[in-house]
Design a protein around this ligand. Sequence first.
Ligand SMILES: C[S@@+](CC[C@H](N)C(=O)[O-])C[C@H]1O[C@@H](n2cnc3c(N)ncnc32)[C@H](O)[C@@H]1O
Ligand SMILES: [Zn+2]
Length: 308
Amino acid sequence: MERASGRAGHHKLVSMPSADFPLLCPVCSDPLDLLEPNTGTQPRLACAAGHHFDAARQGYFNLLVGKGTSFEADSAAMVQSRVNFLGGGHYRPLAQAVASAVVPNLPGTGAVVLDSGTGTGHYLREILDAATADGRHVAAIGLDISKFALRRAARLNPEAVNMVCDIWQPLPVATGSVDAVTVVFAPRNPAEFARVLRPAGVLVVVTPRRGHLAEVAAVTGMLGIEEGKDERLAEAMAGHFDLESARDVDIPLELTRAAAADLAFMGPAGHHLNLGQIEARLDGVPEPVTAGAKFRLLVFRPGKRGTA
Ligand SMILES: C[S@@+](CC[C@H](N)C(=O)[O-])C[C@H]1O[C@@H](n2cnc3c(N)ncnc32)[C@H](O)[C@@H]1O
Ligand SMILES: [Zn+2]
């Protein structure tokens, strides 16, 4: 709480112990300290060697050094549709399932959670609220390559450190420092997740299942889920993680046409169609627009390498 108000107020000078946020300098790999600002300045991440990263006005840090992986970033308009749709609470049961998979695995003190591909920070918010309700303090780190998304994440989760990073580069996070990594519909780098997790840590992955939103996809031209994704995920994790549990989360949706349009536009279809085109395709579809969201929530534990 103190941290959030310190950050929002911009008037206190508080040096937070780096142990709270186990971050590493992306240039020299020394620990990064989070320095809260004097009046009128932004928070800063700085290492002992003098490399420093000032927060953007919107509160996130850009830790990308060199060129990130080239990819088609979600536009500001797509991010807005994501905020609209998720803010409508349609995926709340999924957010609650993610939080329930994470919070019981956190230690009573010094807990660290890393949300990789945090997007607008929606799922991390639910984790932080559930942890607070459970009496736990959590140091939260949100990573994403999109600054448009992180602007929203920094606003929603001001107590977290939100950083622009490329998941395909070494993460600026200390080895063996994180209790839970969450990855909700975002790219996965198993070797890096395994490196940053504590041995007793947990990796929670959410993926869509075949048939996810098929009804909306048929009308709006959303891309379907490829077959074989599950098998590829298991293969990619092998060697780094053991699967502990898997559960399906199914959410029946009853949407307005506007919500259905946001839902389609916030996903891959947003890279091919504009919102107006999607709305035109939904024109005349009776409300509520019904669809089934089909997710799989997988819980992994770091594999026991080197003990055989
Ligand atoms: C479908 S969104 C999911 C966002 C959020 N977890 C949610 O469910 O609302 C995928 C996210 O992965 C991020 N992403 C894509 N490639 C990335 C990369 N190379 N490094 C870090 N983040 C990446 C995107 O910017 C986007 O925010
Ligand atoms: Zn440095």
